[in-house]
Every structure is written in structure tokens, then in C-alpha cells.
Design a protein. Structure first.
Length: 261
């Protein structure tokens, strides 16, 4: 179990106020890590910090937009002074806009790429500076099924998440010599607020996903904790530039006709 112990480590989770970010943060904290959470909504941050503290986890929160380089740098300086070094960075904050490519406003496309791809670059660059000085660090980029597959209406998201997979490989290439591991987690279809609109009972997508997933269910956010702990811990010290897909088997299969068992 020592391999997975995160005692004495500090993990920063962007967008860790809810959803998958929160589930991964809880996983890391249960393995011993101290949490630093970023978000953009004060009320959500307050609820999240209460939620973490009620479970006995050590957590602090900072409000800033990861796409704003100046704000991100300022906050990272404050975090370094007030809290200390970050050992584990989870680039989790992300958005999706479901719009057909033919009519999608370019400004919507840009915003998705900004949050889902440029944000992780900004945060990785800021945190890697202290990781390089220390000679160790873990960066986990939250990728997606859309790092590998396309789907109607998610062109910006797929472009950004595909890019995030390649950013993962590139940062791993550049920083491995500093004993920094940069890996990704690619969640399959999970029950979160982001997928709520396509999960409602009777929505054709709900049935489609259950049929498309060999495990025949939506992922539960807690399903991600194991991969997060692994990639944040000593257990993965020679794993670099990989994306671990936690998808109930989706990427392993071509799928099946809806009338097949
Ligand atoms: C969609 C979904 C996905 C998920 C997830 C899949 O509309 O297809 O929202 O894109 O958010 O990232 O891995």
C-alpha cells in the first residue's frame, strides 16, 4: 500500500468544486493528500470546501479562471506562499458546448479550446517550474472519449481533448528528465452535471450509451478515484505520457446493434 500512499503530498485540482474533479479530489485525499481546489463560482467553492472538511480532509480553495494567465500566475504565487508546493496537478476544469460544426460560432469554439486545452497548458507551465526545482511531480490531464473519437455536435470539445492527449505526450517528453510524470485519464460516459442533459430518461442518447458501453452503465464519478490515485502516486513513477481510459470498455469495442444481447 505504500506505493499508493499520498501522505505529505499536496494536490491541486482545477474545477474540483463538483463532478469528476470532486470525486478525484476525494480519492486523492483518502490516500492522504492535502487538497487545493480551484473554481470560478464562490457559492460552489464554499459548498465544496465544507464537503471536503466534513469528511476530515484538509482543503483550501482559490477562485480564478485557468484561462487567465495573469490571474493564474498571481494565484499560484499566493498558493505557494500561503500553502506551499504543489506535488500533484490535476487539470480537470473543462467545459463542453454541443453545437453542430456548420453553425457553431467561432467564439464558442475558441472558448472551449481555451478552457479545455490552453488552461491545462497554463497551469502545467506554472506548476512545472516548482516541480523542476524539486526534481519530482505528477500532472494528470483529464482527457475524454473525445480524445479518440468524434461525435456529432462536439467538434470544439473533441479538438481540445484530442489536443490535450497530445499535450500530455509532449509535456511527458519534455519533463520526464526532471522526474515529472505527465499522464491523462480518459473518462468514458459518466453521470455528472455535464452529461445531465443527455442522460434524462427517454433521451435516445441515454439508451445509446448504455448499449455502447460493454459494462452497460454510466460511470459513477467514484470509478475514477483508483486511476487518479495510481497516476498521482509512486506506483506510476515510470508511467509517462499515457492516457488511462476509464470507460467501462467503450474504446475496446465497435459496439453492437441495439437488438443484440
Ligand atoms: C458528449 C459528452 C462527452 C463527455 C465525455 C465523454 O456530449 O458526448 O458530454 O463529450 O463529456 O467527455 O468522455
Amino acid at each position: 500500500m505504500n506505493l499508493f500512499n499520498l501522505q505529505g503530498k499536496r494536490a491541486l485540482i482545477t474545477g474540483g468544486t463538483h463532478g469528476l474533479g470532486m470525486a478525484m479530489a476525494e480519492g486523492l485525499a483518502s490516500a492522504g493528500a492535502e487538497l487545493v481546489i480551484t473554481g470560478t463560482t464562490p457559492a460552489k467553492m464554499e459548498d465544496a470546501l465544507n464537503h471536503y472538511k466534513n469528511q476530515g480532509f484538509k482543503a483550501s480553495g482559490y477562485l480564478f479562471d485557468v484561462t487567465n494567465e495573469v490571474e493564474a500566475r498571481k494565484n499560484m504565487d499566493v498558493i505557494a506562499k500561503e500553502i506551499g508546493d504543489i506535488h500533484i496537478l490535476v487539470n480537470n476544469a473543462g467545459i463542453i458546448k454541443r453545437e453542430l460544426a456548420i453553425t457553431m460560432p467561432v467564439e464558442d469554439f475558441r472558448r472551449v479550446v481555451d478552457v479545455d486545452l490552453v488552461g491545462p497548458f497554463i497551469m502545467s507551465q506554472l506548476v512545472a517550474k516548482q516541480m523542476i526545482e524539486r526534481g519530482e511531480g505528477k500532472i494528470i490531464n483529464i482527457c475524454s472519449m473525445m480524445s479518440e473519437l468524434g461525435r456529432n455536435s462536439v467538434s470544439a470539445y473533441a479538438a481540445a481533448k484530442g489536443g490535450l492527449k497530445m499535450l500530455t505526450q509532449n509535456l511527458a517528453t519534455e519533463w520526464a528528465k526532471h522526474n515529472i510524470q505527465v499522464n491523462g485519464i480518459g473518462p468514458g460516459y459518466f453521470a455528472t452535471s455535464q452529461t445531465a442533459p443527455i442522460r434524462v430518461d427517454g433521451h435516445p442518447f441515454n439508451e445509446f450509451i448504455i448499449n455502447r458501453t460493454p459494462a452497460a452503465r454510466w460511470g459513477d464519478p467514484e470509478d475514477l478515484a483508483g486511476a487518479a490515485i495510481f497516476l498521482a502516486s509512486k506506483a506510476s513513477d515510470f508511467v509517462n505520457g499515457q492516457v488511462v481510459y476509464v470507460d467501462g470498455g467503450i474504446l475496446a469495442t465497435i459496439g453492437k446493434p441495439s437488438n443484440e444481447d
